[in-house]
Ligand binder design. Structure first.
Ligand SMILES: C[S@@+](CC[C@H](N)C(=O)[O-])C[C@H]1O[C@@H](n2cnc3c(N)ncnc32)[C@H](O)[C@@H]1O
Length: 218
């Protein structure tokens, strides 16, 4: 969102807000941090580029730093999907005036997609990229019909990403081939385990996911 005011939650060194403000991609920003160490790193980075008049570093848990602020876009990056979803859930009353969410979970993006479905945020785009052997997933949402991009196989789409499934780029294949190998290993281990009865539910879940992966990666 060019010209927007952005809040980066869990900003750590504030690299993102500093970069976006320097590039003119956002006019002002908030770097939110729950921990003092990373907050001080953010302050150092902001001062290094003389941007303290445009970027405010704030100490606070999750979206609490949005209180008394007018923010257009919220970024939460570099955390697990469950933590990002819980930050959104705990602070959702503070999202009333926010137009856009940009979320980059390290793992388990499905938790965020479920939160969006339950809270009327429409997933407008998703990207997946590979860099230095790491795969990064980015979800962009705006208010609206949360089911818009979902089709008949909702559970699979929540797990793998409805927009990513449409594109199926190289990084997508890398990520899900790794996951398939992992699940096959776990499945083989479960086959060897002694108490098979207790494992029925877990094995069914793994077989369901392996079937989805074979459908989508073949
Ligand atoms: C792994 S770093 C990611 C930093 C940066 N966002 C990135 O993508 O490179 C996660 C940061 O989130 C902060 N954090 C974790 N939970 C938080 C919360 N509930 N509210 C605000 N910040 C949080 C941590 O202190 C840490 O600095």
């Amino acid at each position: 969102m060019d010209g927007a005011v952005l809040a980066d939650i869990g900003s750590d060194h504030a690299y993102l807000p500093v970069h976006l403000v320097k590039q003119g991609k956002c006019t002002k920003a908030i770097a939110g941090e729950v921990n003092e160490g990373p907050l001080n790193s953010a302050i150092d980075q902001i001062n290094k580029y003389n941007l303290s008049h445009l970027i405010k570093a704030k100490l606070g848990d999750g979206l609490s730093v949005l209180e008394n602020e007018k923010v257009d876009s919220v970024v939460i990056a570099g955390m697990g999907g469950p933590l990002i979803a819980s930050i959104l859930e705990n602070g959702k009353a503070l999202l009333n005036d926010v137009e856009q969410l940009v979320l980059q979970p390290n793992v388990a993006a499905d938790h965020i997609r479920r939160w969006m479905l339950d809270n009327e945020w429409c997933l407008v785009d998703e990207e997946i990229i590979e860099e230095d052997n790491h795969v990064y997933e980015i979800l962009v949402a705006e208010r609206g019909d949360s089911k818009k991009h979902y089709g008949m196989e909702m559970e699979k789409e929540i797990w793998m990403g409805p927009c990513l499934l449409n594109k199926k780029n190289h990084a997508f294949r890398v990520k899900w081939n790794r996951e398939m190998n992992q699940l096959e290993k776990i499945n083989n281990q479960l086959e060897q385990a002694s108490d098979q009865e207790k494992l029925v539910g877990k094995k069914e879940e793994i077989i369901k996911k392996l079937t989805w992966l074979k459908e989508e990666l073949s």
